[in-house]
Write a protein that binds this ligand. Sequence first.
Ligand SMILES: Nc1nc2c(ncn2[C@@H]2O[C@H](COP(=O)(O)OP(=O)(O)O)[C@@H](O)[C@H]2O)c(=O)[nH]1
Ligand SMILES: [Mg+2]
Length: 213
Amino acid sequence: MDVKIYKDLMGENAKWAAETRATLAGKRARMINLIGSPGCGKTLLLEKSAERLRPATRFAVLEGDVETTRDAERLASLGVRVSQLLTGGACHLEAKLVHAALNDLPLDALDLVVVENVGNLVCPAEFDIGEHAKVAVLSVTEGEDKPLKYPLLFREAGALVLTKTDLLPHLTFDLEACLGFVRRINPALPVFQVSALRGTGMDAWVGWMRRGG
Ligand SMILES: Nc1nc2c(ncn2[C@@H]2O[C@H](COP(=O)(O)OP(=O)(O)O)[C@@H](O)[C@H]2O)c(=O)[nH]1
Ligand SMILES: [Mg+2]
């Protein structure tokens, strides 16, 4: 009797993530993977980081989205080298797609590759794309309890960027409670409190980016 085989998709993903790690191993370039909810400020953070990274840090962006090239166009208009990765419905970037886009980059001429993952606090945290570090991006408008409710991302991350801090005076967001929840899940996680809009906290964050996680 024939036996049906169902392929382990995560296993396939792990294989491509390993390929990417092998590609990056011999290079100077580091790769970081920005993960956060839709609208938490990932693209504005990148736009404002780009101004500070240049010209000392040579970088490229891989923009993950379900549909549309809007975010990539925002960055391209600033002169940033950017490729758009469209998942066609999937809620996260898979390692195979990232690997293909990475291979088309001039890696020898880059110090940093930044991936903006599909806006989602859950799925992208489960998928290794061969990055050096995942970065959790959480805006203060989302509520202080999100690290407790979505712990995997905060456990997996190498840094947390807490965005839109300029809005704190208008919100009931409990900053100390949020930081306490984060420490409970990942005590050593570096936290960068930033307002990309106002520029607050950007220098410390961009310093971390330069080191590449
Ligand atoms: N007040 C404020 N708004 C911000 C800040 N960063 C992003 N936004 C706004 O939040 C919305 C979503 O930003 P975007 O970068 O597109 O988020 P993404 O979906 O995570 O890429 C936009 O209206 C931004 O102008 C910030 O630091 N302060
Ligand atoms: Mg975006």
